[in-house]
Every structure is written in structure tokens, then in C-alpha cells.
Design a protein around this ligand. Structure first.
Ligand SMILES: *[C@@H]1O[C@H](CO)[C@@H](O)[C@H](O)[C@H]1NC(C)=O
Ligand SMILES: *[C@@H]1O[C@H](CO)[C@@H](O)[C@H](O)[C@H]1NC(C)=O
Length: 406
């Protein structure tokens, strides 16, 4: 299914219609026992699998790399203590103060270690989304960011995640964005505006989409990142974005903007959305729910949450890792995928199958038509971190990994 055949031109998003609003909102914003059970059962299965695997290997005289003793759990941002949140915030600031590894000849806009990650993302945006490498690539990307925070900035904790539905009615009031000293910074200042019109990058099918507005839109004026400088980008993604120098890799210092609000979050990333994701039978269907169909109104929770942050750089497909909240969003992306994998049982296709649908190729939604992504394909981190293969990252409890989610 080509995005371009589904929809051309401008589409208006129906944010919950008034007749269905009260019931749907109530249902979609409450964690159901069914979803809670699924999440709990995934965790139980991971613990069981790690235990069994350890026992099996030890019987053979081998030492497993991932054991119950070193299995770590990434946690929801709001469940961290204030001290833990502050430690995370300070580690991010530290990364933003360390010198870049990216040579100025490659990206003169890269001014810090934090920026190295954005450069890698900008350079590869069109091959790492709606392609077979999308999930493995971003899993490794988040892991390497977490590793940099720990190894280079002395952070003792792990990468937290943004449980999208938990704060869907008003993400701007959540512990992630309430603008206190323990948050990742507040919403942008309110300025009356329409929601973003997103438009496909050149050469990509699909039409322009009008999305709901948030309740910010201006500069972030509260919280630990008020003085943060966005160095790279923008590249594009929203119709009113003027590209920065050198295709976004040049230096373009500016303050961060955000446009958080409940409309987009509620519409695209509520508890029903997550239940729908976890209920999908195979990776192709999972990805259709998760990523939607690009440049149609069904942009899925992945896009829905990116545009919930909105603003600059959060609303820019390419430069989005320069908003510190990118990392808690992709923590949750990885979490829901990990839970879905575990629910299928170990030694199943969920740990090896990259799908056979439109998003399973090496090009964006298979445009232009291309080969399938393979497990042996390389995940290239550029100057940000070391590279690996897809096969190495398919399970969060083998290879370099030994983590799961609480
Ligand atoms: C931002 O910069 C101003 C002026 O240098 C300073 O007073 C303030 O403490 C800084 N805020 C944060 C959160 O770093
Ligand atoms: C919840 O999300 C689904 C898509 O995942 C959407 O169809 C539904 O309208 C959303 N609920 C509300 C109240 O917006």
C-alpha cells in the first residue's frame, strides 16, 4: 500500500468528535486491567526466560552475558524520584557540554556530544524510518545515548521512558514537561496558532496533513533546558519550516520551542492505541499501528508523539533528537516493541522477523522499490557511537543488552 495512493491533498484530522468524546476519552485514557495484565505478563516472561537461559548455560559450563543478577529495568519518568530525575537531567546537560566527535568538516553545527546523535539521525532519516531497520536502529540509538550518559557523564541510572497514555490528557502538566527543575523542560509559551501542517520530504509519497494544535507553540521558558541552544537543523517535516544551513548540518543557534497539548496525544497515543499495538499478530501489523501510514491522518503513536512535542526541533522529523524528550519517547517506542516481543514467547519469529510488508525494505515505505532489510545489515551510528548489526539488537536480553522495562 503506497501512502500516495491512500491520500493526496490536505486532510483534516477528526479530533474526537463531540458525540463520541465523553465515553471514548474515558475509555482510552484509563489503563484497563487487560492492558495491565499484558504488560505484567511480558515482564514475568522475560524474567523467566533470563532465568531459564542462565540455568541452561551454566549446566553446560558457560557463563551467560545476561543474568537475573545484571538484568536492569528502565523506568517511567514520573516514577523516578526527584533525585533520580535530576541526575538524568544533569547527565543530559553534561552531554551537551562535552565536545563533539563529529568533525566540523562533516557537520559544523555539531557543537557537543549530544549533537553527535542528532547528526547521525539527520544523515540517515530517510533510510531509518518506514524501513526494516527502523526499530532495531532506534533501539541501538537509545542504548548508545544511555551508554554515553553513563560512561561519559557519570549517570548511574538507566534511560527512562514516556508512558504516552499516562499523561495523554495534558502532557504539559506531567513530570516530564511541567517545567520544574526535575523535568525535561516546560511547554513552549502559549501563542495562538493552528496545529502543524506536516508535509512529506521531497520524493516521498503522501499528502499534507493538518494536525491538532497544542497549548504552547513558543519558546520553552521554564525548567532545566531554558538556556539550551539548538545547534543543528531544522531540516523539514512541517510545511512552515525554513531549512537551516547546509541541509541542517550547519550551525543555526536558537532556543527550543514546544507545542505540547492533550489533543494530539489523546488522539494518537492513548491506552487503546497501546493495547492495539500489543494485540497485533505480526511485525507488519504492529508497525502499521505503531507508525501508521505516513502522510495520512493515521500517523500512529510514533508520529503522534513526535508532533505532540512539536515545535523546534521536536516537530522536525530529522532534527528531533535535539529535543531532550526525543529520548523518553523512543524509550517508550522500544518498550512497547519489547513487551510485544516478549508476549509472543521467546525463540519465536518476534525476535528474528523483520516483516514482509511495505516497511520491511531498505527504503522509506519501499519507495523506490528495494531489497528487504536483513538481520545481517549494519546499524550505522556515524560519529555518535559504535555500529552493530540488526541481529545483535533483536532481543533486549542478549548480545550487548540485558534490560527490560518496569
Ligand atoms: C539560564 O541562564 C541564566 C542567565 O545566565 C541563569 O541565570 C539561569 O540560572 C539559567 N537557568 C538554567 C536553568 O540553567
Ligand atoms: C485513541 O487512539 C485511537 C488510535 O490509536 C483513536 O482511533 C481513538 O480515537 C483515540 N481516542 C480518542 C479519545 O481520541
Amino acid at each position: 500500500m503506497r501512502a500516495s495512493t491512500i491520500l493526496g491533498g490536505l486532510a483534516l484530522v477528526a479530533t474526537a468528535s463531540s458525540s463520541s468524546l465523553p465515553r471514548d476519552v474515558a475509555d482510552d485514557l484509563v489503563l484497563s486491567p487487560e492492558l495491565a495484565d499484558l504488560i505484567e505478563s511480558a515482564k514475568t516472561q522475560v524474567i523467566q526466560e533470563v532465568t531459564d537461559n542462565e540455568e541452561k548455560l551454566r549446566k553446560r559450563g558457560e557463563t551467560p552475558s545476561c543474568t537475573i543478577g545484571n538484568l536492569v529495568f528502565r523506568r517511567e519518568y514520573g516514577s523516578l524520584s526527584k533525585t533520580e530525575r535530576l541526575a538524568y537531567v544533569n547527565a543530559v546537560k553534561c552531554l551537551q557540554s562535552l565536545p563533539p566527535r563529529t568533525p566540523a568538516s562533516v557537520a559544523p553545527g555539531a557543537k557537543s556530544r549530544f549533537d553527535d546523535f542528532t547528526v547521525t539521525h539527520i544523515q540517515q532519516t530517510l533510510s531509518i524510518h518506514y524501513s526494516g531497520i527502523f526499530q532495531p536502529w532506534h533501539r541501538w540509538f537509545v542504548y548508545q545515548y544511555e551508554k554515553a550518559l553513563r560512561d561519559e557523564c557519570g549517570y548511574m541510572g538507566y534511560q527512562p521512558y514516556w508512558d504516552w497514555p499516562k499523561y495523554a490528557a495534558a502532557p504539559q502538566d506531567s513530570p516530564i514537561f511541567n517545567g520544574d527543575a526535575y523535568s525535561l523542560g516546560g511547554n513552549g509559551e502559549y501563542i495562538p496558532h493552528n496545529g502543524p501542517v506536516i508535509e512529506p520530504p521531497a520524493g516521498i509519497g503522501g499528502g499534507m496533513i493538518q494536525l491538532p494544535a497544542g497549548v504552547g507553540g513558543g519558546y520553552v521558558t521554564t525548567g532545566p533546558f531554558v538556556n539550551m541552544t539548538v545547534n543543528l537543523g531544522p531540516v523539514g517535516g512541517t510545511a512552515d519550516t525554513l531549512p537551516g544551513p547546509l541541509g541542517g548540518l550547519g550551525w543555526n543557534p536558537r532556543k527550543m520551542k514546544r507545542d505540547l497539548g492533550g489533543a494530539m496525544n489523546t488522539r494518537y497515543a492513548n491506552y487503546t492505541t497501546v493495547l492495539n499495538m500489543l494485540s497485533t499478530p505480526n511485525i507488519d501489523k504492529f508497525r502499521l499501528v505503531s507508525e501508521g501510514v505516513p502522510y495520512t491522518v493515521e500517523i500512529g503513536p510514533h508520529g503522534g508523539i513526535h508532533y505532540t512535542m512539536g515545535g523546534d526541533p521536536g516537530g522536525d522529523l530529522f532534527t528531533s533528537p535535539s529535543d531532550p524528550a526525543f529520548w523518553v519517547h523512543h524509550g517508550q517506542m522500544d518498550r512497547v516493541w519489547s513487551i510485544w516481543q516478549a508476549l509472543g514467547g521467546f525463540s519465536t519469529k518476534r525476535y528474528t522477523d523483520l516483516g514482509s510488508g511495505n516497511y520491511a525494505h531498505i527504503t522509506w515505505a519501499n519507495e523506490p522499490a528495494s531489497d528487504y532489510t536483513k538481520l545481517s545489515d549494519v546499524i550505522d551510528m556515524g560519529y555518535a557511537a559504535e555500529s552493530t548489526t540488526i541481529a545483535n539488537v533483536m532481543s533486549t536480553t542478549s548480545g550487548d543488552f540485558c534490560y527490560f522495562y518496569l
